[in-house]
Design a protein around this ligand. Sequence first.
Ligand code: PMP
Length: 330
Amino acid sequence: MHYASHITDLVGGTPLVRLTAVTEGIDALVLAKVEYLNPGGSSKDRIAARIIDAAERDGLLRPGGTIVEPTSGNTGVGLALVAQRRGYRCVFVVPDKVGADKRAVLTAYGAEVVVTPTSVAPDDPESYYSVSDRLAAQIPGAFKPNQYENPNGPLSHYESTGPEIWHDTDGRITHFVAGVGTGGTISGTGRYLKEVSGGAVRVIGADPVGSVYSGGTGRPYLVEGVGEDMWPGAYDRTVVDEVVAIGDAESFHLTRRLAREEGLLVGGSSGMAVAAALRVARGLSADDVVVVLLPDGGRGYLGKIFDDAWLRSYGFSELPEERTVRDVVT
Ligand code: PMP
């Protein structure tokens, strides 16, 4: 018989798929790494076990303890899966720009969710950083993984995401593109790919316009899970050769195209990363292999990016018109 002992044993090993429609006119091979095929639905499943293992080893997390973390949702799912198996309680602090359906996923896995305002400074007592610090101090036996500073985040990508991409491309990858949130994905994966290729792989970050990684100040943008208003320790800028800034309109446009034209129902940060990858790939030759990482799936964004009324309410245009019954049958 062939089966896993637990769902968390199925994390990683995600496939690469070629992008064929959105890449029209591009000579380079553009491959997407489909991270929504992880059991919790995102690349963040990879960091959870390694962070919890290290905390147990260091005595920071003991039986019956509580995991407290500010998370836009995906890290919470990864942590909740591991916590369930090992008997920990989870309390997650989420900014209010994160959709209700994403929050419902966290509670469905058995976590408790605290919602905080998005539009306050990081040092404001109501910010999601401050609230999570306060809860971690007040709850007995609490451990705060702090994905923004925890070296086990980038390390998990160094040990899994990087080697998987190198293996699956037979070492032919020339460019790696990923969105930057905590910076863990790009730093760990990028570092591995640079080391194994002797510095030949070029590492490109994708960042929302307004975020610090591409020279902004942290001005709010709508795409979730990427961009920052401060510099986290999980981000290693020595690994990243270039950062491409992408606006919300372009991110959402590509996110919708990926679903309609490539059969990839993914989140807005995936659309953003693909937008950056296409800009990079446009100048490349048929010998180049660009790998772009798609961090999560699109089901958590059906009421937002995939909802015409929501998009229009933010002034985005160029949406395909809604169809009436008559349009469809004639
Ligand atoms: N996209 C989404 C949807 C995410 O949740 C995250 C994690 N915050 C990222 C991209 C960026 O990954 P990282 O934190 O490793 O930079």
